[in-house]
Design a binder for this molecule. Structure first.
Ligand code: PEP
Ligand code: MN
Length: 349
């Protein structure tokens, strides 16, 4: 439920609404905005006496949020959520963010070299898994904390922000120590204890759509994170299971404008897992930006043939440069721009 304040409502009026909601036994979430100020009532169990709130001074109207997800919805918040990282990257505004790097952190040389190359190409966020959720227990499971330390070194040397995955609730704290953004992977989209833990981490969360999840389920999973008080959620379309075997997944680009209409949260696309095929990553990356994605997350590897995971979908570094150039042009064509390049590093390797 949302209590929308009149334009001339005073800060005291807003405070009275907040106090009243708390008195009624619910949580109050003030939502200041350029167009309107509102106060959200969190935890509505169906017994809220709306007339009590409607009668308060400065209240314009009380809206019942019709969607099953509440804080994630556009009804709750009209203005887009913009997430700002420590290196200045802004996600969800007019800029299109480029996140890139290997599927897994494999060695110091691999991740530091990759970081340098994607940064030189103009990306501002480095991806790389240290804890890998593999379909087979016998596949490479990641370098764990040693991998996180290498990512932190890469950040020190390049200024790139780091996005890396946490695969279980117990792993969130250690990932949060190193990462700028905690990734929750497709296989874990409905791991509700992991979502809650990430909601309490104090870090932005990149939430990937499950392989058979509906858009509503994705948004409800995001609601778990917001319900813990963390509004910094970036959604990610990474392809869903389909009946066709030509690609690994079916990258559902329709989800991008659909989510944009339903939610104020940023949404990016992952054309690497979305297609599973190197030759399809550039065209689908271009298409995702044209469809309105707030950014891309792309796998790039210096030697994909010998990658320990996802080599077949990893771009060669020159291909990533090509993608950067092309999506920059597409972004401009729709009135957006890529995140500005990072300033030159203060110290070289
Ligand atoms: C990944 O980003 O390497 C990954 C495992 O992604 P997803 O969870 O989308 O499969
Ligand atoms: Mn991968």
């Amino acid at each position: 439920m949302l209590v929308v304040m009149a334009h001339n409502a005073s800060p005291e009026d807003v405070q009275v609404v907040v106090d009243t909601i708390r008195e009624m036994g619910y949580e109050a979430a003030p939502i200041p905005g350029k167009q309107r100020t509102a106060v959200g009532l969190v935890g509505n169990d169906g017994n809220v006496d709306a007339s009590r709130l409607e009668a308060l001074p400065g209240v314009l109207q009380v809206i019942h949020v019709s969607q099953p997800y509440k804080q994630v919805s556009r009804e709750w918040r009209e203005e887009p959520t913009v997430i700002e990282l420590a290196n200045g990257t802004r996600i969800g505004g007019n800029e299109v963010v480029m996140m890139a790097g290997p599927c897994s952190v494999e060695s110091e040389a691999q991740i530091l070299g990759m970081a340098q190359q994607i940064r030189d190409a103009g990306a501002t966020v480095l991806r790389g898994g240290a804890f890998k959720p593999r379909s087979s227990p016998y596949s490479f499971q990641g370098m764990a904390e040693a991998g996180l330390r290498l990512l932190a070194r890469a950040r020190d040397e390049t200024g790139l922000a780091i996005v890396t995955e946490a695969i279980d609730p117990e792993g969130v704290d250690i990932v949060a120590q190193y990462a700028d953004i905690i990734q929750i992977g497709a296989r874990n989209m409905q791991n509700f204890s992991l979502l809650r833990r990430a909601g309490r981490s104090g870090r932005p969360v990149l939430l990937k759509r499950g392989i058979a999840a509906t858009i509503n389920e994705l948004l409800l999973s995001a609601e778990y994170i917001l319900a813990e008080g963390n509004g910094q959620v970036i959604l990610c379309e990474r392809g869903v299971r389909s009946f066709d075997t030509h690609t690994r997944n079916l990258l559902d680009l329709t989800a991008i404008p659909v989510v944009k209409a339903l939610s104020h949260l940023p949404i990016i696309a992952d054309p690497s897992h979305g297609t599973g095929l190197r030759s399809k990553v550039i065209p689908m990356g271009r298409a995702a930006v044209a469809a309105g994605a707030d950014g891309l997350i792309v796998e790039v590897h210096p030697d994909p043939e010998h990658a320990l995971s996802d080599g077949a979908q990893s771009l060669y570094p020159p291909q990533f440069e090509e993608l950067m150039t092309q999506v920059g042009e597409i972004a401009r064509a729709i009135g957006r721009e890529l995140t500005p390049r990072l300033p030159s590093p203060t110290h070289a390797r």
